[in-house]
Design a protein around this ligand. Structure first.
Ligand code: AMP
Length: 281
């Protein structure tokens, strides 16, 4: 049975014994509305840790004023069931008052890696993410923490944060889980109606197109980008936010020739739903 805890004090109490006994603690931070992508993270954590903690917290600090914080789905009963099924030992479900007890005056911010992609279009987003993840790290004090490659920039930012701040936590990236047609699983996919769901696959198609061009020898990043964007623009149901070819570590756009490993990342709007995805080459 997964134990559900709501307060920081209860988390500390839960893990005191485990830590003393030298057990490996794995943390899977989520915002809930769990799907097979999250399940995969829990499964990987289960395979490598003695104690698996899943946190479910819709973090107000990482949402912009006009974003979907209030509408964000919160199907708690189904989420707890999934955690149970995947073998999580503890599910930490704090209220936002519990996490932000005092008015938060301390923030964690990773620069440079947050200048492009989502960082550019969601000001303050990554500052909210790194601040809450730091808090979760301090609350749970895990040995390992699991993040999806679906949010590739987030993974790079968190990796860098743990290095820069000497956090003794191994960050594990887990490959993106997709629907059979290739659409990356996302909690926000449930906002899509049937027609939008069909259109949504366009982003992944454009990413694959760019990947294929690079694999077949095209080195001019502008040309790759233009071809992929042209494909995306054929579909009137998709509005492009960004489509970039970046280096995987520092997340900076590759301006000239592609000479090493890159990530191709995109964000689009389908109706009022924002979707992101990425692939590596
Ligand atoms: P979220 O609940 O959206 O904040 O996501 C929680 C964690 O699950 C993050 O590390 C995400 O990158 C990861 N995640 C979300 N969707 C997927 C997916 N389709 N495949 C793998 N990991 C995912």
């Amino acid at each position: 049975m997964s134990v559900v805890v709501k307060t920081v004090a209860e988390v500390r109490q839960q893990f005191q014994g485990a830590r003393l006994n030298g057990k490996i603690l794995g943390l899977v931070p989520t915002m809930g509305a769990l799907h097979a992508g999250h399940a995969r993270l829990i499964e990987v954590a289960r395979g490598e840790s003695d104690v698996v903690v899943v946190s479910i917290f819709v973090n107000p600090l990482q949402f912009g004023p006009s974003e979907d914080y209030t509408q964000y789905p919160r199907p708690l009963a189904a989420d707890l069931e999934l955690c149970e099924r995947m073998g999580a030992d503890v599910v930490f479900v704090p209220s936002s008052e519990e996490v932000y007890r005092s008015s938060q005056l301390t923030f964690v911010e990773v620069t440079r890696l947050t200048d492009h992609l989502c960082g550019k279009f969601r000001p303050g987003h990554f500052r909210g993410v790194t601040t809450v993840v730091s808090k979760l790290f301090n609350i749970v004090q895990p040995d390992r923490a699991y993040f999806g490659e679906k949010d590739f920039q987030q993974l790079a930012v968190i990796r860098r944060m743990t290095i820069d701040l000497n956090m003794p936590i191994a960050i594990v990236g887990v490959p993106t889980v997709r629907e059979t047609d290739g659409l990356a699983l996302s909690s926000r996919n449930r906002y899509l109606d049937e027609g939008q769901r069909k259109v949504a696959i366009g982003l992944y198609r454009a990413l694959l197109k760019a990947q294929e061009l690079i694999r077949s020898g095209e080195k001019d990043s502008a040309r790759v980008r233009e071809s992929a964007i042209a494909l995306l623009k054929r579909d009137p149901g998709i509005r492009l936010e960004y489509f970039e070819i970046v280096d995987p570590e520092e997340v900076q756009p590759v301006k000239d020739a592609i000479t090493g490993p890159v990530r191709i990342a995109g964000a689009v709007w389908v109706g009022n739903t924002r979707l992101i995805d990425n692939v590596s080459v």
